[in-house]
Design a protein around this ligand. Structure first.
Ligand code: GRG
Length: 323
């Protein structure tokens, strides 16, 4: 990430300045909570994507950083809301905002950040960029409701259903972040669609890595390992294991995951099944396949080779998070 951070240092600095100037509020609590989240060491991957995808076509105007900041604001709003929905206690190695200030504050400050993102999109002056990011926001929120419904049903889900969920919760915003960069650089619909597809592929890898780390993280990842398990969320590690498991093991997985009283012993019992079927190996292979697909998408785009290299690096970086 060092190389990329160096190349984008001036742009990321501008993004951060725009973000900070849009955190100002007459209510101190809004500023305190917003700053707590926004300055807590996020990787800024989505805004970097917007900037890379505008520079890919030689854009040197001032609007891409506004869209990049808008994308980060959408992301920040979803994090605040998500930690409430999931009852999470830790985010980016710190207590999550809901733990410190409570659910109501987190939701409302999330709304504030979400609204700021729209002000920024409007100020960037591109209806097409506004359309793609507004569309992504609706899909993210809708996807979270789908996930909630599935959670309540307490049923195993298929790989296809999992793909639909992560497309909405993560891949859509990654795709929209890339598309927005191409749009502001004046690219046509075909190129913008290709960028969106590339971003979505990267988002897929990113979320699968996240879901894998929830079971297999070897070191501290800045949030609680086992959160998905505690919630009974069915993610790709569980789906792949369930597809390989004997009927007894499948029953065991479902009994534990759908039980109201999950404990550490349950987590280790599930992990033992995942390890028995080498689900970590299967997931790594699967992600490498997605990396190759992402690279093929990138190759088909006619843009600056240097920036393509940085985008390709992000595919590998996303997959390598689990190593
Ligand atoms: C406000 C539009 C809106 C919707 C709310 C709750 C909800 C609906 C959406 C949640 C979606 C969500 C949080 C998905 C998880 C995405 C994900 C992989 C987050 C982690 O991203 P990183 O690692 O985070 O890029 P950093 O900390 O680096 O910024």
């Amino acid at each position: 990430m060092k190389d990329l951070d160096h190349v984008l240092r001036h742009d990321v600095k501008k993004v951060n300045e725009i973000i900070l100037s849009h955190l100002r509020s007459k209510e101190e609590l809004v500023e305190v909570v917003s700053e707590y989240l926004v300055n807590s060491g996020g990787k800024r991957i989505r805004p970097k994507l917007t900037i890379l995808c505008s520079k890919l076509f030689g854009y040197d105007g001032a609007e891409d950083v506004k869209l990049a900041a808008a994308v980060e604001f959408i992301h920040a709003a979803t994090l605040l809301h998500d930690d409430v929905v999931d009852n999470s206690a830790m985010r980016r190695f710190k207590d999550s905002a809901n733990i410190i200030w409570g659910n109501k504050t987190s939701i409302l400050v999330g709304d504030f950040l979400f609204a700021q993102s729209f002000k920024l999109m409007v100020s960037a002056g591109s209806i097409d960029a506004l359309r793609v990011l507004a569309n992504a926001s609706a899909i993210i929120a809708e996807g979270e409701v789908v996930q909630l419904v599935k959670l309540k049903e307490k049923l195993m889900i298929s790989h296809e259903e999992y793909d639909q969920i992560i497309l909405a919760k993560t891949a859509e915003l990654f795709g929209a972040a890339c598309a927005a960069g191409g749009i502001i650089a004046g690219q046509n619909d075909t190129v913008v669609s290709a960028l969106k597809e590339f971003g979505a592929k990267l988002g897929f890898i990113f979320q699968i890595a996240d879901d894998m780390l929830d079971y297999f993280a070897a070191s501290d990842i800045g949030k609680n390992i086992g959160d998905d398990f505690a919630e009974g969320k069915i993610t790709l590690p569980i789906i792949l294991a369930s597809n390989k498991a004997s009927s007894e093991e499948k029953e065991l997985l479902e009994n534990i995951l759908f039980s109201e009283n999950k404990d550490l012993a349950g987590f280790h019992a599930v992990l033992a099944v995942l390890k028995k079927y080498e689900i970590d190996v299967a997931l790594r292979d699967y992600m490498q396949g997605l990396v190759r697909e992402g690279e093929a998408l990138l190759e088909a785009i006619d843009g600056d080779e240097n920036y393509k290299k940085h985008l390709s690096f992000l595919l590998h970086y996303a997959a390598a998070r689990v190593n």
